[in-house]
Design a protein around this ligand. Structure first.
Ligand code: URA
Length: 232
């Protein structure tokens, strides 16, 4: 990997900033000063900035099928948190979920320690698409479906951004939203007089929940999925 890329990745700043460090003779590799940002380093090279070691922060991206009854926060007084489903190796890596799911929502939860991705995508105002399978009770014949596309007025007066809905049968639908207000889908369904009884997140953008994951199971994202996250 290029030296400038490596330093930026482990948290010394943007590529422009680390290039300045390197050009100003602040970086050594195996005790030799290196001033070329494109210098190639290997896994076992000893890289020092200002003669100090900064521990390598390995970036990890995990998809979990979040179980029902578990909080999607990382620290809590109870044991009921998603982080406790991870092995010790990952529990120690300071991972946070990208956006939260309600305690009774299941499905795709992505956890990472990549602060750049977290800062951008986890913000409630970031408009990444999220698709959910909703199971509900109520008569859809009485529902004005175009409201989902136009915006639904919630109980506090907030009008949701346009969403997409596709009814699979009389009790299930796929809904895609582009924002993340508190209990958003539950409140949208309540506003159109449908009682939501189960909510399962299927995808975030083009990252789909791996069907082989049972509730509480997880796996690392593959390269393609990581690239989708980083493209935002
Ligand atoms: N909307 C909800 O109501 N709950 C969730 O967990 C996610 C979206």
């Amino acid at each position: 990997m290029r030296l400038d890329k490596y330093l930026a990745r482990i948290g010394y700043g943007s590529k422009e900033i680390v290039k300045e460090f390197i050009k100003n003779s602040m970086v050594s590799v195996n005790s030799k000063l290196i001033t070329d940002p494109s210098f190639q380093i290997g896994e076992f090279d000893n890289v020092l900035v200002d003669n100090k070691v900064k521990p390598y922060k390995k970036l990890v991206y995990i998809m979990m099928n979040k179980p029902n009854g578990v909080l999607s926060v990382t620290k809590d007084d109870t044991n009921n948190v998603v982080i406790n489903y991870l092995s010790e190796e990952y529990r120690l890596m300071n991972l946070s979920p990208i956006g939260r799911l309600d305690i009774d929502t299941t499905g795709l939860l992505i956890l990472t320690n990549d602060t750049k991705v977290l800062r951008r995508i986890a913000s409630p105002n970031y408009h990444i698409s999220k698709t959910y399978l909703v199971t509900f009770i109520g008569n859809i014949e009485y529902v004005d479906i175009s409201l989902f596309n136009q915006g639904i007025t919630l109980s506090n007066g907030y009008i949701t951004k346009p969403s997409k809905i596709e009814f699979i049968n009389k009790e299930q639908a796929l809904i895609t939203i582009y924002e993340g207000k508190y209990h958003q889908i539950k409140r949208m369904f309540q506003s159109v007089n449908l009682k939501l009884i189960k909510l399962h997140r299927i995808s975030i953008d083009k990252i789909y929940i791996d069907p082989s994951l049972k509730e509480g199971e997880y796996r690392l994202l593959n390269e393609e999925e990581i690239n989708i996250l980083k493209s935002h």
